[in-house]
Write a protein that binds this ligand. Structure first.
Ligand code: WT7
Length: 650
């Protein structure tokens, strides 16, 4: 990507100052940036002091063998002790750790004291099954309390967990179990999804036929559905219920492997991203406290992600628990049994901090603002976004209809690989701009560089890089150091290559533009799919848009857009006139160069299970090719719906 990107985002001139009251008592002030700049390592040492260490570190950072980092070298701690026991010891045993809400409406409340007992029992259970420090445990569970309990039990005994999202197929599960050579799999009979019960145990049965490393399968009873039974299987309640609720947590080395989490990537086999103990917990605890302005005594925090993604690992389990927060966990989908379910949950638990993804926000826009308007959302004070660039219109909708123009929106940029939030506004400090992740957090050094790795000036665009190691960085790709070096550290000498396009506006604030593979080259101009999508979404009748580049004999690549109309607008807008109106709208917003060659009005967009639009498949459609791999799609029938709409696709 060169510097001649479009400049529409730079013309976004809406600004939202932090609310005075929040700013006055904010956890973090502007001073934090200066402190971290003065001495970055000393800054991270102070953050590590939030945790309880059995042995203090001798060295903050060992970067003598880049890109293989060691943080808090020589230090020892136990993650589960830090997330649970120490809070109980501090007299917080009665504080609620999790308000859990099942999809069918059943609930469970776990205080920190409850969690301590449950985690100790689960740790003893794993030990009984022969799991030892350093072994890997695969976890394939829905969003039920046993999921964080099992993760913490692993952390407690020093086993490395690999959580596999419970929507993945048996094939995906098998390759992940195999790559990590997991000894035990923890699963459930089934899960509740959209009012129906779908099987999990059956998927595990299929997967473990081909994974000789697996010795035992532990099964939580969730739905009560019929399942096949094998010698290696054991019910959670038979195993765990009879364990002692006492377990002494041994400290582990700061660099002990805490978990592996697989990211699919566009090519090749999934990458097992490895995170370790001390640096990871330090940065998730700090960022959760700083970015959300967490006041653990009074806040009720809810992150709507699935624990199967890194967002759930860092901001449902480890960050919130390390901070002794009270969180909500919801098992199900947002439209079960009705489209107001999430807002009902916020009202019921008086949620004060809410963290979700742009894909969800755009879905709510599509459903219409009258739905959240029926609920009392006045408890909210900070609202966050993660997962994709948030379109300015979605940001403004979120701020207005969910945040009542009162709550700051924190648009947090990070990745599975970064482990924790890297770039984000601070709610008591930053004057927010809709669509911008703004600045690297204190202690993080990131920049936008050109093709040669040179920083671009303000107003320029290029590649997002991280310039200095950070505590929660991935340590390697499990079992493949070479691939770690090649993927992240070889594009630019000495810089971490994130794979995202970005630009710096005139104030030096950062705007993320999506994956670099998603940049189109139209008549010699670099145009990001995000920019054109945001222009489309800024039209009042558009709820969602996905843009891709298709080969074009004249312009090299041409812009092809897929749009979902907003709310009730659906029926009446499906015509040539509407398409012409949208093309003109884009031309007016971004300039004639960005006018899509084709716009197709569709009912749905293809998304990965984590909610990211699969532009690769849309490119196949736009270029009239047979579809590539659709196994990571949430719903593969979406592509049929789209194909049915496309007599005109060239
Ligand atoms: C990719 C990482 C981090 C947890 C969820 C995703 C995109 C993430 C933002 C944001 C623009 C974002 C990037 C990144 N992304 N957050 N606030 N603004 N883009 O984790 O699955 O590892 O995906 O998500 O493209 O590289 P992930």
């Amino acid at each position: 990507m060169s510097q001649e990107t479009l400049s529409n985002l730079l013309q976004e001139n809406r600004r939202f100052a932090p609310p005075a009251e929040l700013a006055a008592s904010a956890n973090v002030t502007a001073q934090a940036y200066q402190e971290a700049e003065r001495d970055r390592l000393a800054f991270w040492e102070r953050q590590a002091e939030r945790l309880s260490w059995a042995k203090r570190w001798d060295q903050v950072l060992d970067w003598s063998n880049p890109p293989f980092a060691k943080w808090f070298v020589g230090g020892q701690l136990n993650v589960a002790y830090n997330c649970v026991d120490r809070h109980v010891e501090a007299g917080l045993g009665d504080r609620v750790a999790y308000h859990w809400e099942g999809e069918p409406g059943d609930t469970r409340t776990l205080t920190y004291a409850d969690l301590q007992r449950e985690v100790a029992k689960a740790a003893n259970a794993l030990l009984e099954l022969g799991v030892r420090k350093g072994d890997r445990v695969a976890i394939y569970l829905p969003m039920i309390p046993e999921l964080p309990i099992t993760m913490l039990a692993c952390a407690r005994i020093g086993a490395t967990h690999s959580v596999v999202f419970a929507g993945f197929s048996s094939d995906a599960l098998r390759t992940r179990i195999d790559d990590a050579q997991a000894k035990v799999v923890v699963t459930a009979d089934g899960q509740n999804r959209r009012g129906k019960q779908s099987p999990l145990k059956a998927t595990v049965d299929e997967a473990v036929q081909h994974t000789p490393s697996v010795e035992r399968v532990v099964v939580v009873r969730r739905t009560g559905q019929d399942i096949a039974w094998h010698d290696r299987d054991i019910w959670w309640h038979d195993l765990v219920d009879r364990q002692s609720d006492q377990h002494t947590a041994e400290p582990h080395d700061a660099e002990h492997p805490l978990f592996i989490l697989y990211t699919s990537g566009t090519t090749g086999k999934p990458k097992g991203i490895l995170h370790t103990t001390g640096g990871y917990l330090t940065q998730v605890a700090y960022t959760h406290w700083a970015v959300f302005d967490l006041k653990p005594e009074t806040d009720v925090y809810w992150c709507s992600a699935d624990i199967g993604w890194v967002t759930g690992h860092s901001y449902i389990v480890y960050g919130p628990l390390a901070n002794a927060a009270t969180s909500v966990i919801y098992e199900g989908t947002p439209d079960t049994p009705h489209r107001g379910r999430w807002w009902e949950i916020i009202q019921k638990y008086k949620v004060t901090i809410f963290y979700t993804a742009p894909t969800a926000i755009r879905t709510f826009m599509k459903w219409g603002e009258d739905i959240p308007a029926r609920f009392d959302l006045s408890s909210l004070r900070v609202i966050g976004s993660v997962g994709e660039p948030i379109n300015p219109e979605a940001y403004v909708w979120y701020r207005h209809h969910i945040g009542a123009d009162r709550c700051p929106v924190v648009d947090t940029w990070w990745q599975t690989e970064t482990g924790a939030i890297m770039i984000s506004p601070l709610p008591g400090v930053t004057e927010g701009k809709p669509g911008a992740a703004m600045r690297p957090l204190p202690g993080i050094v990131a920049d936008v560089v050109d093709d040669e790795g040179k920083p671009v000036p303000n107003g320029g665009g290029g590649f997002l890089v991280v310039k200095e190691p950070w505590p929660s960085m991935l340590r390697t790709i499990w079992g493949d150091d070479d691939r770690y070096v090649k993927t992240y550290w070889s594009r630019f000498d000495g810089l971490y290559f994130a794979g995202d396009g970005a630009k710096k506006d005139d104030d030096g604030d950062l705007w993320l533009l999506g994956r670099v593979d998603d940049v189109m080259l139209v008549s010699g101009h670099n145009i990001s799919t995000t920019e054109v999508e945001s222009a489309l979404v800024s039209h009042p009748k558009v709820a969602e848009a996905a843009v891709t580049g298709a080969t074009d004999p004249v312009t090299g690549q041409a812009i092809v857009a897929f749009v979902i109309p907003r709310g009730e607008a659906g029926e009446e807008v499906d015509g040539e006139e509407f398409v012409a109106e949208l093309r003109d709208h884009v031309a007016k917003t971004l300039g004639p160069i960005a006018k899509p060659r084709q716009i197709m009005v569709v009912p749905e967009l293809p998304k990965t299970r984590s909610g990211k639009i699969m532009r690769r498949l849309l490119r196949d459609v736009a270029e009239n090719r047979s579809l590539g791999d659709v196994t990571t799609l949430t719903d593969s029938s979406v592509m049929d719906l789209i194909a049915a709409k496309l007599p005109t696709a060239k």
